[in-house]
Ligand binder design. Structure first.
Ligand SMILES: [Mg+2]
Length: 101
């Protein structure tokens, strides 16, 4: 799947559930992205460090799911900011290539 297709799927989903009428500001999408980054951090802490031996009150998420959540929220943020993430990614990749040579 191409990034533009994934971004279209997220946009259509948000519109279908009426989410875009409830939360419309890029700040909302950004906060949800940070929330997912935090969930990933929590999952890593409990699965990959000695902290995992401490009894947790809530279940840490599945790492694969959490990383997918970050991608979802990144796509959502790009939608709210009116950024074509596939195009932006390619442009940024080309800039990085020039920097490394
Ligand atoms: Mg999550």
């Amino acid at each position: 799947m191409e990034i533009s297709t994934a971004q279209k799927i997220v946009k259509e989903h948000l519109e279908k559930i009426g989410y875009t009428k409830i939360e419309t500001e890029p700040m909302h999408a950004f906060l949800h992205l940070i929330e997912e980054v935090g969930e990933t951090a929590r999952t890593l802490l409990y699965k990959e460090t000695p902290r995992g031996t401490i009894k947790n009150t809530t279940d840490p998420g599945n790492l694969k799911d959490e990383v997918a959540d970050i991608f979802w929220q990144t796509l959502k943020l790009a939608i709210y900011l009116d950024i074509n993430l596939e195009k932006a990614f390619i442009e940024k990749y080309e800039k990085n290539l020039k920097k490394s040579h």
